[in-house]
Structures are given as structure tokens and as C-alpha cells.
Design a protein around this ligand. Structure first.
Ligand SMILES: Cc1cc2nc3c(=O)[nH]c(=O)nc-3n(C[C@H](O)[C@H](O)[C@H](O)COP(=O)(O)OP(=O)(O)OC[C@H]3O[C@@H](n4cnc5c(N)ncnc54)[C@H](O)[C@@H]3O)c2cc1C
Length: 393
């Protein structure tokens, strides 16, 4: 049996950032990932990183590519029926901004660093079982194609996303959930983006987002019904709908091209409370989900693991359990702020299936207030670039 200070379940952003934070302080970690490395690296998801996330990549020594290829965005645009206004993020937040850099690239950089620094990451493990969660030493067992393994550790970090196993061990948990009656259909294509910054589009036929991954790679989303099959959306229809929802003025800059990735993601909000039980601590999507509208999921995973790594390190350094005991309530403060922002921005920009004309006018009025009110824009900008990553009681 192996011995580890912390066993981490899941090698997504939460698991890998946490592994590096602990490994670089000299603690022994084992990371157990269900999928293969190429699979995790190919998963197309987040693209907008808060400053704190980029700072952490640099601090860990994995930031050089993000520094070179990441696109710093100091503003974001909201188009109402095809007419766009810009929110100046940097101006409203004393120079802060977001960076467009894809989750695939983040994972590649974290795995490369893990290889260089010999962090123990095991891929393609299955059937993880945890024993002794309320004792001093926890046992974790797993299977692999050629057998399996086990480790004795002081703590388990459940970083295995929404479909993982670790949340099932939280005997005391309560889940708060909201499901949205629509989904996002996303495409990735090697064509120049429609604009140098993101455009969030409000339109009678539904929401659209014109985003990008690089100056030559575009990422677009359109709001679709929750139960829409992908087959109902041939590529030409997707491009037509993007152009329709951006309106004639903005869509002249849409370059159509072969979409090499197309997927549908249902939207939901979820929070698990508390985020810990005895020796098990959840972080990232394993504990909470936000709709992607506010670009908060990966960034929340990062703020969770910064707080969690500090709490583990306090315990290993001087035996104090204070940070571990308050981890859940501190993390949840920031989680609920991001929940509120993501829910608000989703509700503001999407068309509800049974939306009345009255509700639609209210959305338009709120968007108009966002366009014209410096105070509203400041609140938006503070949330969009990210609230402080560490929350103290
Ligand atoms: C369309 C879309 C756009 C998004 N855009 C943004 C954005 O712009 N900005 C942003 O911040 N966020 C965004 N997100 C959210 C972001 O992708 C997630 O919040 C982020 O991946 C969470 O990281 P995580 O490590 O907590 O979970 P995950 O990325 O889900 O990683 C969990 C890992 O655990 C592994 N695993 C699962 N079960 C097991 C098991 N039983 N045993 C072992 N391993 C297991 C999984 O294979 C996976 O590798 C977006 C999401 C979507 C869907």
C-alpha cells in the first residue's frame, strides 16, 4: 500500500491545481483520474480565465504559454437585438481583466508540469472505494486494467466533477439545484473571431455568444431547447442562427468555416453544502455547478483549491485543524457569489420558453440600465473579472 498525505480524485483543473499546490510545498499526493490524459486534454470547455487563475498558473511555473498565447481582454460586449455596447472591465476594476485561454491548454500545461516535477498522476483508474473516512488514516482503493492499487492517506480531496464518486460519501450533504429549460450548442472552428472581444447577444430567438480561443480559432454558442438533439442542428443552420442572433451589423464579421467540435451542454446550477465530511473535502464541479454564462466554473475550482491547499498546509505544518474546519463555509461564500452572478446573467440574457411579452420588456429594461448606468456596469465588471479568490471569515 502507498502512503500519501492527500489522495486527489480527478485530474481536471481542480485536481491538478491542488496537486501542484501541495506537491510544491513538499507534500505527498496521489491523483487518481478515471480517463486517459489525451481525453482530459481534449475536453473542450472553459475559455475565460480570471486574473487569479492566470496568476496561479504563473506562480506554479506553468504560465509561460498562457502568458504568450493567452488573450488579455479588458472589455466585454453585450448586443441587444444586434446593437452592441461595451463594458470596460479594466476601467471599472482598476486595471483588472480576463484572459481567454482554453481549458484544453490549461490542462496540457498542468500535465506537462506534473511530468517535469514527477507528480504522481494515475490515469484510467476505475472503481474507487474509500474506507475509514472518519478515522485518522483513510484508505483509498482503485482498479486499473492491469490490477489496481491502494493508498493510505490523511485526507481525500474530491475533485472528480459532477459525475464523480466522492460527493456520494458526504453523509451530511444538502444539494441546492436549479435546472434551466435550455442548453448551449457550442461549436469550435478555425476561423477568425467575429470581434476582438466576446459578444453576448440578446435576441428574440434566443441567446448567442461569440467567443474565441485564439486570433484564428472561434468559439460560438447558441441557446437551444434543453431536449434538442444535435442532429437537428446541421452546421449551416448553426451559422445562420449565430448570424441571425448577432444581427446584420455584427454578423458581417462572422467568418463561417468547418466546425471541428460541436456539442450540447445543458445548463444548471448546483451547490452541495457543506463541501466536506470528516476527512473528505470537495472542490470544483464536484461541489458546485454554474451555467457557463458568467465563465465562473473553472475559476471557482481554482479559488476552492487555493483555500483547501492552505488549510491542508496549516494542518501539516502545525497540526491546526482550524482552516480545514472553516474550509467549507469560506469556499461557499465565494461559490454563492458566483452562483448569483451566473444565475443573474443567464436569466438576463436568455429567452425563457414560456416568456411573456411583459417579462421580455423587463429584460430589455434591465439591459438598458446596464448599458447606461456606471454603477450597474461596475457591479458587472467586478463579478466578471472575479471577486477576490480567498475568503476569510
Ligand atoms: C460549455 C462550457 C463552457 C465553460 N466555460 C467556462 C469558462 O469560460 N470559464 C470557467 O471558469 N469555466 C467554464 N466552464 C466550466 C468548467 O469547464 C468547469 O467548471 C471545470 O472543468 C471544473 O473543473 P473540475 O476539475 O472541478 O471538474 P472537471 O473538469 O469535471 O474534472 C473532474 C475530473 O474528474 C474525473 N473523474 C470523474 N469521475 C471520476 C472517478 N469516479 N474517478 C476518478 N476520476 C473521475 C473526470 O474524468 C475529470 O477529469 C465551462 C463549462 C462548459 C460545459
Amino acid at each position: 500500500m502507498n502512503i500519501a498525505d492527500v489522495a486527489i480524485i480527478g485530474a481536471g483543473p481542480a485536481g491538478m491545481f491542488l496537486a501542484h499546490l501541495l506537491h510544491q510545498q513538499g507534500y505527498c499526493v496521489v491523483v487518481l483520474e478515471h480517463r486517459s490524459r489525451p481525453y482530459v486534454e481534449a475536453r473542450v470547455r472553459a475559455g475565460v480565465l480570471e486574473q487569479g487563475t492566470v496568476d496561479l498558473l504563473h506562480q506554479l511555473g506553468a504560465g509561460s504559454r498562457a502568458g504568450r498565447d493567452g488573450l488579455r481582454h479588458e472589455g466585454v460586449n453585450i448586443a441587444v437585438d444586434g446593437k452592441a455596447f461595451r463594458i470596460d472591465l479594466a476601467e471599472l476594476t482598476s486595471g483588472r481583466a480576463v484572459t481567454v485561454y482554453g481549458q484544453q491548454a490549461v490542462m496540457h500545461d498542468l500535465f506537462e508540469l506534473a511530468e517535469r516535477e514527477r507528480v504522481n498522476v494515475l490515469f484510467e483508474v476505475d472503481n474507487i472505494k474509500i474506507d475509514g473516512i472518519d478515522g485518522e488514516a483513510v484508505q483509498i482503493r482503485w482498479q486499473t486494467e492491469d490490477g489496481g492499487g491502494s493508498a493510505q492517506c490523511k485526507f481525500i480531496a474530491g475533485c472528480d466533477g459532477t459525475h464523480g464518486v466522492s460527493h456520494r460519501y458526504l453523509a451530511n450533504a444538502r444539494r441546492f439545484e436549479h435546472r434551466y429549460p435550455f442548453a448551449w450548442l457550442g461549436i469550435l472552428a478555425d476561423v477568425p473571431p467575429a470581434h476582438e472581444e466576446l459578444i453576448y447577444g440578446w435576441h428574440a430567438d434566443g441567446f448567442t455568444l461569440a467567443s474565441m480561443r485564439s486570433p484564428s480559432r472561434s468559439r460560438y454558442y447558441v441557446q437551444v431547447d434543453a431536449d434538442t438533439p444535435l442532429a437537428a442542428w446541421p452546421e449551416a443552420r448553426i451559422w445562420d442562427e449565430i448570424c441571425n442572433r448577432l444581427g446584420p451589423r455584427l454578423s458581417v464579421n462572422v467568418t463561417r468555416g468547418n466546425a471541428f467540435e460541436t456539442s450540447i451542454a445543458p445548463l444548471r446550477s448546483l451547490v452541495t453544502e457543506p463541501m466536506s465530511y470528516k476527512r473528505l473535502f470537495l472542490a470544483g464541479d464536484a461541489a458546485h455547478i454554474v451555467p457557463p454564462t458568467g465563465a465562473k466554473g473553472l475559476n471557482l475550482a481554482v479559488s476552492d483549491v487555493i483555500m483547501l491547499a492552505q488549510a491542508f498546509s496549516e494542518f501539516f505544518r502545525n497540526g491546526s485543524e482550524q482552516g480545514l474546519r472553516s474550509y467549507s463555509s469560506r469556499a461557499l461564500q465565494r461559490v454563492w457569489q458566483a452562483q448569483r452572478f451566473s444565475w443573474w446573467f443567464t436569466r438576463l440574457t436568455h429567452r425563457m420558453p414560456d416568456q411573456s411579452a411583459y417579462a421580455r420588456r423587463l429584460q430589455a429594461a434591465e439591459l438598458e440600465q446596464l448599458r447606461t448606468s456606471a454603477a450597474q456596469q461596475r457591479v458587472f465588471a467586478e463579478n466578471y473579472v472575479g471577486l477576490p479568490m480567498q475568503v476569510y471569515p
